[in-house]
Write a protein that binds this ligand. Sequence first.
Ligand SMILES: *Cc1c(COP(=O)(O)O)cnc(C)c1O
Length: 462
Amino acid sequence: MKYVSTRGNAPELTFADAMLTGLARDGGLYVPAEIPQMSADDIRALQGLSYEETAFRVIQPFVGESFSDDELRGCIERAYAGFGHNARAPMVQLAPNHFLLELFHGPTLAFKDFAMQMIGQLFQVELSKRGERVTIVGATSGDTGSAAIEAFKGLDAVDVFILYPHGRVSEVQRRQMTTPPESNVHALAMDGHFDDCQARLKDMFNHFEFRDGVKLAGVNSINWARVLVQVVYYFTAAASLGAPDRKISFTVPTGNFGDIFAGYIAKQMGLPIDRLVVATNQNDILDRCLKTGAYEKGDVAPSISPSMDIQVSSNFERALYFAYGKDGAAVAQLMDELANGGFSVSQGALQALREDFDSGRVSEDETLAFIKEANATMGELLCPHSAIAAKIGEDNRDPATPMVSLATAHPAKFPDAVENASGIRPPLPNRMADLYERSERVTRVPNDLTALETLIQERIAK
Ligand SMILES: *Cc1c(COP(=O)(O)O)cnc(C)c1O
């Protein structure tokens, strides 16, 4: 299996190299040159299997030459052993023909654990084989950083540094980053906003002497391995609702488009998905683009669903690549235009996108109202992100096709918004109820590239 860049101008890589590289050298994102197929019989055979076995069958064709079957099975077992639910991604019913896929039973209570836990294991196996170490540096507004720390803590082939904006993450998010005791974990509270953290991270990647010196690696959501691992729960959900003999639709709370793009890959592999519905909050660049064809950057308006507060949706580039018939030069051109504010999707490509994707937008007030309604009439306390999906899923459900809405975070991760909407303060699950008692370990750092680089070099030298 070879991986090619969406901009058509970078070397083809194996799965392992694409995973360790992240961004392609032409600025594009890696995608598989061919998408492996699963037949109706292959899909029928998934009914009743464990999450782990399904994961193996879905992921294996994409990674074949990089990982042996035993290595892959070992990674999958270790990745999901720490989840708080045996089904890993269980489903509950919200309404007639409307289901909620709970993706928040991982160690940091958000769906990012599915992919991050797995790539922690894949990195460790691959780096041990190569006899290499890497330094992972990430910037976070909350969820990605905690998921990365949980996934990489204690692995001896990596050091993990996470920059978060001091005083601007929730207490649960901060504690998830500052309480793991493992010595390869470094939580850095930086003066400034999330954008400043992301800008310093980008500076480090552009400072080649530093980048090569510390063997810098990234694990943000453009990493192909993260997208791939998320394909699995589309299969487990659809198989348990009767695929391949029945079509299923999904509604996905969307920010960087990584999660819903995994659904698109599942469909390309042969899973009978009818509609993939993009659910956005007031930061609705994707909803506008799918309705009008114009992809135009605006200002980010902070919301109660912060993990979807985006201005540019990085994985959308992958969807454009397929909508433009794998024309890398056309995608490169669009991305040049985006640097100057925006672009228009061609009529043909827009039509192709609309064959798979629908979209909807939910305001702040509607989100709060739906959290309250779902608690009263569906018996579910939803986090704001999940509520946005479930509201749009409810608006789009029909009697012919089951609708699955994705719940991407546990309500206890966003207790203030949930309490504000419903009057109920959601408690943390028992297995992490002592989070508030654990001792914290964090380094305050200035918004200064040289100071950050010096600190990282000193820490990894120990
Ligand atoms: C990251 C995140 C999202 C958005 O997922 P994308 O893959 O970026 O579209 C939605 N909900 C929660 C809780 C998240 O953490």
